[in-house]
Design a protein around this ligand. Structure first.
Ligand SMILES: [Zn+2]
Length: 378
């Protein structure tokens, strides 16, 4: 055993040699530090206080330990933390001791070793005094190894009004279309295999989560969604109401892409000819609405104290101010035009565009591909 430190928390674990595997005795994935940083930051930046927080796939428990140490005073009412590993209770209590979590806090905690959906459906109801708690959670963390699909229904069933569900998907190959039929089976949409595949995969994932929500009249609106090299991450806020659900469904559309002239657009149809005469290829249905609550992302960028995520948050904050589905890849365009790639700063100024976190050579701009090309030529 060895001690590792992740921000405020010390953890007594043995780091894996080689690939991280779900079979590890205590599951700890160091690559997910940024994922956890951003969840701490987001919870500290939203207005919700006195939250009942559920972490049903806790692994080593590091995220929950960090919540107890790093969330602002009054943010958390009760913590429900669970992992199927037999020794989880012992491990988590040990983590509390090593990190000097106060006894008062330890009393406001329910530790489980159940299957995650069963924990969500059963334990949240009976753990806390009824006057404190209504059986719904204000924050649910779905952080599985692979696809989040098996846990979405239970999370949607248990989320409170204005509560937040955070979803990680590490099956990025399935979402970005390595095997298109897998995407159709697991995520009910057609992917696209080109430079846009990660944005398209993320939007396909968002729609899937929302479809689980609308059948229970819960409109799940994204407040922060992004892709990092080996996973997708989505935070949705749950709002109740049929009208809001209809509004969500109206933003489930198709994404068109033209291989010949590089134009793209969204549409309620899945077949159309591009202006250049070529038949569009399509992806979807997928979420064409906003990926960000721009005010929240700006606040997160302002209040961020994790230096390793500063640049990423800056990009997200800028991107959130100019939202649209799709982006141009400057390398792709320059290659098509057989020209030398101009400086990024200059391109952004001329196109009134913003960078996107999806690609270092990507820009989001309201200009058409023709206008961008004309600008690059001049
Ligand atoms: Zn075209």
């Amino acid at each position: 055993m060895s001690i590792i430190q992740e921000h405020s928390i010390k953890l007594d674990i043995t780091l894996p040699k080689g690939d991280v595997s779900a079979k590890m005795d205590v599951f700890y994935n160091p690559v997910m530090v940024s994922n956890r940083n951003i969840s701490v930051l987001l919870l500290n930046c939203i207005e919700n206080m006195g939250m009942n927080i559920v972490d049903p796939l806790a692994g080593s428990g590091i995220r929950s330990l960090r919540f107890m140490k790093e969330l602002k005073k009054g943010k958390m009412n009760h913590l429900f933390v669970n992992d199927r590993k037999e020794n989880f209770k012992k491990t988590f209590k040990k983590g509390c001791t090593i990190n000097k979590i106060s006894l008062i806090m330890q009393k406001k905690m329910t530790i489980g070793t159940e299957e995650a959906s069963l924990f969500l459906l059963n334990r949240i109801n009976d753990a806390v005094k009824p006057e404190e708690f209504c059986g719904y959670a204000d924050y649910i963390e779905i952080d599985p190894f692979g696809s989040p699909n098996p846990f979405l229904s239970a999370a949607v069933a248990r989320i409170a009004r204005q509560g937040i569900i955070a979803v990680t998907a590490t099956d990025t190959a399935a979402l970005s279309g390595t095997y298109p039929r897998v995407t159709v089976r697991k995520y009910w949409a057609k992917p696209l295999r080109n430079y846009l595949m990660h944005e398209i995969g993320l939007r396909i994932l968002i729609r899937k989560i929302q479809l689980i929500g609308v059948q229970f009249d819960k409109a799940l609106m994204p407040v922060l969604s992004y892709h990092q090299e080996h996973y997708m991450r989505v935070y949705v806020r749950s709002e109740k109401g049929k009208e809001k659900c209809d509004e969500v469904l109206r933003q489930h559309q198709y994404f068109f892409y033209c291989d010949k002239c590089l134009a793209f657009k969204t549409s309620v149809f899945n077949k159309e000819k591009c202006g250049c005469g070529e038949e569009y290829d399509f992806a979807g249905p997928l979420w064409v609405g906003k990926l960000f609550d721009s005010q929240l992302v700006e606040k997160m960028e302002r209040e961020n104290e994790f230096s390793e995520d500063a640049k990423f948050l800056q990009t997200l904050a800028a991107e959130s101010k100019q939202e649209m589905a799709g982006f141009y890849d400057i390398h792709e365009i320059a290659h098509k035009m057989k020209i030398i790639i101009p400086k990024m700063a200059e391109i952004l100024r001329k196109t009134k565009g913003v960078r996107t976190h999806f690609s270092p050579s990507g820009i989001k701009t309201q200009m058409s591909v023709k206008e961008v090309m004309k600008m690059l030529q001049g």
